[in-house]
Write a protein that binds this ligand. Sequence first.
Ligand code: URA
Ligand code: CA
Length: 434
Amino acid sequence: MRMYDIIYKKRQGLSLSKEEIEFFVKGYTEGSIPDYQASALMMAIYFNKMSKEETFYLTDAMMRSGDQIDLSQIEGIKVDKHSTGGVGDTTTLIVGPLVAACGVPVAKMSGRGLGHTGGTIDKLESIRGFHVEISSEEFFRNVNEIKLAVIGQSGDLAPADKKLYALRDVTATVDNISLIASSIMSKKLAAGANAILLDVKVGSGAFMKDFENAASLALEMVEIGSTMGRETIAVLTDMDQPLGNAVGNSLEVLEAIHVLHNRGPEDLRALCIKLASYMVLLARKTNTLSEAEAMVVEKLESGAALEKFKAFIQAQGGELAVIDNPQLLPQAKYKKNVLAAMDGYIEAVKADDVGLAALNLGAGRETKDSVIDLAAGVMMLKKVGDPVSMGDVIAELYTNDESKLESAMGILNSAIAYTDQKVEKPKLIKAVVT
Ligand code: URA
Ligand code: CA
């Protein structure tokens, strides 16, 4: 088999066979196929698309390109949640304890990565002492006893995807639905859960800017999961504006603690309850979604989920006092208020710009070596549909680097649109694909 012929075939719009796709994935992972041939193939796929079968073969080959995690030491049905990524998406910190309190094991492997804020691990590290460098024995023991543990990405999951995603990133070939679906699913499948819940974000702060594309991506991922024998559900949710109020690491931890105390922003709370309910259903703890929802709400309102969060933080070395005394979280030296520019209603809060403002304040990584300011970020106090008067505080900016305030203020101001007409609040959950 020759890589040239595979590129040529795809360039002509023909479908690749399972053997051809496996040849490419194996050769590219090993390094016998160079980047320039892989990029040519990605561009041919970008223009000519892939069939469902080709997408499935690509996912399967990438899943098998490295380690596949064996979670059989964990009792019960393991359900993994994956968000396609948004701005200020604090859900994992809340959904984890909620479903653990319902008896569903949550074995979370997380990375750090680039972004507007850090990943789940960076956020949790705002809690002094908390660490994810635990042995796999301790990880499995904690999941069995507490039902919730987080470990840093260990092993070599889907190395073919790691290489290919980096290549797509610099060759303008990321935004193809089959390539995204196979990229995400190869990693999720290799991570070993029995069932998968996907939170597919739609809007200005998401990969998928419009509903049709997001729905196609969701459908493709659900089909791949089912074909692989892992029950998969996708929930399409709004990411036109940030979720909740907080965008930043310690700010999001604080927000998660508020929600677990049965307070916190309504949109974040509602989405977390919905996602947790689908996970409880996928784990077969209940027969219907409404029973699952009742169970989740009970665990939230009774404080059982908060107790789970505490047990989890303590088991991984975190300072428990933080939960009742959040001033112990990293605090920013500088704070600046953003004021409403007119009387009226908030028409839009562009999530991508809010994310950019948070990144500028120091909340995220621009390169993999950047150091995160855990206290930095944005509190978005007004959201779409809220009435405002000129001069009201609509957002707060936090940072330890005073020189960053001015540019972040400019970005944040450009994220907001006003109108004098009443505006409907956007619908948070747009569709569910099963
Ligand atoms: N996230 C991924 O993991 N892969 C993609 O291709 C796009 C988003
Ligand atoms: Ca948030």
